[in-house]
Design a protein around this ligand. Sequence first.
Ligand code: PHE
Length: 341
Amino acid sequence: MEQTLRQLREESLAAIREAGALDALEALRVKYLGKKGELTAVLKQMGKLSAEERPVMGQLANQIREELTAAIETGRQTLAEKALEARLAAEATDVTMPGKPVRIGHQHPLNKVIREAKEIFIGMGFTIAEGPEVELSSYNFDRLNTGEGHPARDRQDTFYFDDNDEVLLRTQTSPVQVHVMETQPLPIRVISPGRVYRKDEVDATHSPMFHQIEGLVVDEGITFADLKGTLNELVHRLYGPETRTRFRPHHFPFTEPSCEVDIECFECHGKGCRVCKGEGWIELLGAGMVHPKVLEGCGIDTAKYSGFAFGVGAERMAMFRFGISDLRLMFENDDRFLAQF
Ligand code: PHE
């Protein structure tokens, strides 16, 4: 029996040393040490031995069992280390390889001009005011001297939320004028950029949602000359000092006198072309001296104070600024378009 045991030890240790994978090691463990394993089979023969031989063989068998167990454990560790090394080698990062470029976004052309305009006005001492896009019709209309029956209040032109026509999506940023006059101390010098909504069909120059920048100045001794100077400054800073402006008489219920301001066509410089439809001028904004009824409605003493207001279409501002011919391009989010700015 001793012979058998020693042979088994030689053979099994050699096999364990040769094993090249974890499952092969496990198979060897079962083969030699398992319930039906070879060592176990030898041990079952112990009963046939003499009383002197039995403890000697028992000790030898136990020793072999321990050796095999230890050899298998060592084999396992070696294989695991090798596997880890192989993985590290395979997954090694070459830090000298050029990286994958990350695409960096930039501002939308619309936000670009709005930001430019903010900078220009902040430089002139204005602050930024905000107002709600969901507005009461009293702010959007009544308090801007736009009473019942005015065509701007028509359901064809405006998005209402309720049957009483009391809550709507603001059609202009002008209601912010009223919010500011109600809450801020005089003198006032604010601009307020934001979204406005009208029931318009989408085409090259119309959209049911667009942006305006409202402006409001109220102080002692404000005249139309202040309005002209401020808006000329805006145009010259945005479009260059040589750009000419034209102030045309117009009507708005909340300003008196009122005007529309055109700038010389950026395409033909006044000669008349396709962009300006032969006019030589393109309309940029509406403006005027704040109507006394509007000031008084906000508790401002018109004997002492006067003011001017204006509302610029931000999309138009961007279209002129960057030579964009179609308003829809601003909202389509086509990367080939946006990447150009
Ligand atoms: N709210 C006017 C519009 O949407 C523009 C405007 C603003 C006119 C302020 C005068 C004063 O057309």
